[in-house]
Design a binder for this molecule. Structure first.
Ligand SMILES: [Zn+2]
Length: 330
């Protein structure tokens, strides 16, 4: 596991060389402890993120309130409704201290290779069941956050699978037991990566790609692919398809047009397979969202916690039952 993580870090640093990510300072554990070390600090942070301009009653919108300190409740003066700061958020009804949630946000946002729920549980000092729930709820936040932002301009697109290698002659497209997903990277006109989307698909069919492009790409974008037939589906979303035929085999090595998609795909696959021994098919969208979220915020490591927290208090509660069922292909 350690070897895989080192390999991931090595790949990442290598590919981002002479890029400002390399010089980016994250949030050190010491800095984190100063900012979010106590339950009071975490509660104050959640309150700030939830009500940036003061308390607002979720029932009547009233602003006048009193605070019941012993139970950490806000009582609306107008309608008398009592609200806890975490009610109606992803932290709702948690039996876990907010300091634990915050440490989970720290590990999830600051470790480039991702972190398994086993490892997270160890670091937080909670059971794996608890760490699994915390992790998946936070990944849900990441997924809902990025679901609505579309890519535009020049987009590189590629097909990929989790659960199998596709080198060794065969591309492996459509092989059984593999979980298909699409990787799309918006780039500058010069080919530098801007933003990433990773989306689980049911298969590489034209209609599936058309639906994906409609949800995720702005019309009139130029979509560069290796010419896999299904990618013509982006035309249905008003995008221009620009196939670059590279032939079968190791296209990564052959075509500079796919440099970034291939690099990113390689990194993601080695990180996921290195960090997680088994990814359940139905949870793949959330795992992909975790990588997408971190990649798209790679220049903002130090502010990832307030940014994630701000969205977390705006993400509705997710009961464990739903968490386990969830299968979201958007
Ligand atoms: Zn009220």
């Amino acid at each position: 596991m350690v070897q895989n993580r080192n390999k991931w870090l090595f790949l990442w640093v290598q590919e981002m060389a002479r890029n400002k990510v390399q010089f980016q300072k994250g949030l050190s554990e010491a800095q984190f402890a100063v900012l979010y070390g106590t339950e009071t600090q975490c509660r104050e942070a959640v309150t700030r993120w939830r009500w940036p301009s003061g308390f607002v009653c979720p029932v009547c919108g009233g602003k006048q309130h009193s605070v019941i300190k012993t139970r950490a409740l806000y009582q609306c003066t107008a309608c008398r409704r009592q609200t806890s700061v975490i009610a109606g958020t992803i932290f709702a009804a948690t039996k876990v201290a907010l300091t634990i949630w915050f440490r989970a946000m720290y590990h999830l946002t600051q470790s480039k290779g991702g972190i398994s729920s086993i490892e997270l549980g160890r670091r937080l000092g909670v059971t794996q069941t608890t760490s699994w729930k915390i992790k998946h709820k936070l990944m849900q936040v990441m997924m809902e956050r990025d679901a609505t932002k579309r890519l535009s301009g020049r987009i590189e697109i590629d097909d990929a699978y989790l659960g199998g290698e596709r080198n060794g002659g065969k591309r492996g497209r459509g092989s059984p037991g593999k979980i298909p997903f699409v990787a799309a990277v918006e780039t500058t006109p010069q080919g530098q990566p801007v933003r990433l989307k990773l989306r689980r698909v049911r298969g590489f069919r034209r209609a599936e790609i058309a639906a994906l492009a409609t949800r995720n790409f702005a019309p009139a974008s130029t979509v560069v692919s290796d010419g896999l037939r299904c990618f013509t589906g982006v035309g249905s979303a008003g995008c221009v398809h620009q196939p670059i035929i590279t032939g079968a085999g190791r296209k990564a090595a052959l075509s500079p047009a796919f440099k970034w998609v291939n690099t990113i795909l390689g990194n993601i696959k080695s990180a996921i397979t290195g960090t997680y021994r088994a990814v359940r098919g139905k949870h793949v969208p959330r795992y992909l969202a975790e990588f997408e979220y971190r990649f798209n915020r790679r220049y903002d490591l130090a502010v990832l916690i307030p940014r994630l927290g701000f969205v977390a208090v705006r993400t509705p509660p997710m009961p464990c039952r739903l968490l386990k069922l969830a299968e979201n292909y958007t």
